[in-house]
Design a protein around this ligand. Sequence first.
Ligand SMILES: Cc1cc2nc3c(=O)[nH]c(=O)nc-3n(C[C@H](O)[C@H](O)[C@H](O)COP(=O)(O)OP(=O)(O)OC[C@H]3O[C@@H](n4cnc5c(N)ncnc54)[C@H](O)[C@@H]3O)c2cc1C
Length: 491
Amino acid sequence: MEKFDVVILGSGLGGMECGFILAKNGYSVCVLEQNPQIGGCLQTFRRGGNTFDTGFHYIGGLGEGESLNRLFNYFGLMGLPWQKLDEDCFDEVILKGTSYKFASGHERFVETLAQEFPHQKSNLKQYSDFLRNVGDNLFHSFQTKDPSQLYDSPLFTRSAYDFLKETIDDPTLRNVLSGTALKMELNAEKLPLYIFAQINDSFIRSAWRIKGGGTQIIDSLAESIQKMGGSIRKKAKATRLIETDGKISAVEINGEEQITADYFISDIHPARTLELIKESKRIRNIYRKRIDNLPNTYGIFTANISLKENLIPYLNRNQYIYEKDNLWSCGQSQANRRTDRALVSYQMPETGTFAKNIDILTPMYWDEVKRWEGTEIMRRGKDYEQMKMQKAEECIHLASKHIEGLQDSIDKIYCSTPLTYADYTGTIQGSAYGIQKDRSQLMYTMLTPRTPIANLLLTGQNLNLHGILGVSVTSFFTCSEITGHQTLDFV
Ligand SMILES: Cc1cc2nc3c(=O)[nH]c(=O)nc-3n(C[C@H](O)[C@H](O)[C@H](O)COP(=O)(O)OP(=O)(O)OC[C@H]3O[C@@H](n4cnc5c(N)ncnc54)[C@H](O)[C@@H]3O)c2cc1C
């Protein structure tokens, strides 16, 4: 039977970064991936010569001295073809037809929005200072020996919505500031201030796309892991975790082979991880039920659109479009409602100044696709295809109001729904951002890497913070449970 120091279940960003950190610290590691392609949400696909991203469009904080820059330097990822989005407008929020610019850098961000909202200048400054302070303490926020301190901290227990209401008097500006937040679920009751502040701060500092697709992040990590002696196995689905004397002794792969290790890290959704442990002395039913019952954030519908040649100019920014001002209504299903919000993201062309493909994203809830649960990819039936096409048309209709000539420039459309994510990454109900963090239920919803089984650890977006930044931070916390806290010293 093969033996490693650490076996990692899942090759999403979280799994791969843990593999990198541990291999760099001299541990023998093996990463298992159920799919033929590694990367989870960071997979790309190619159609008709175009590269499409799935769960990656842009990241923040890659500038010199910024948080993700430090982490990506450690992972050897700064040499990838990163391209900064326009500094005077990296995100454009179009709220009920009016356009607002988000400029890079906190000072410029405040100055630019203050031109539209001069009476809110000092509030904007207060807002920006608060976010900046949260970003400066990225790691320290979680570094407390006593977890109850975390659960008592106002940064986590205060709702992002309340913070906005208390800081910004103008309701339109409140919506504008929330407008780039399709990258989190704007739930007025639940969303902890920490998540809102951390994510927004990193993008305001600087925003970046990658030329050629997000999978390069994963390919680079894979190459580094292998160079450091680690192994990565594709089409290797973890089908069982075997517990012996209260510890995980082995993982079963594809129902056949077993491999053993001293530690196991799961980058799979925690509820799915527990399903792999059939019998356990350590996992009580109450713990299983608790994890099973945790709600997850919404999923995302994406229309990946390839464009006819030389018609739509490439935009070096994102467009967030809202027809209504009910941005904080997330948590209520959109089923049977017309699509009224979308993010338009341009894939950076290899050459020239015209876009070859764009993605239009909008939230999609499980109840919109539940009736096709259990069907196979590509064989879900005509009604599923019709539903996707209708949703894509609604997205295009919305985007066309702000992208001249879009309707006539479309060559082909490829769609994905939460069902696609559920099938490809095993995330519960195709959730885009994993377990929904609830500021009033922090102890239950903000999981730590530890589980009741001492040598089984968790990582990935379901823990502290989702997105590339959150997953990267969490991978250090997970690994420090094995290597000791000096692993965190460099950050
Ligand atoms: C549509 C969309 C757009 C997004 N855009 C952005 C963005 O622009 N910027 C940003 O910062 N973040 C973005 N995100 C969020 C970001 O992609 C995720 O937070 C992050 O990639 C999650 O990584 P992960 O490692 O936690 O999980 P995942 O990527 O879900 O990886 C889990 C892996 O485990 C594998 N697996 C599951 N079960 C098994 C098993 N039994 N055995 C073996 N392997 C298994 C899966 O196949 C998968 O590869 C987006 C997400 C979505 C859905």
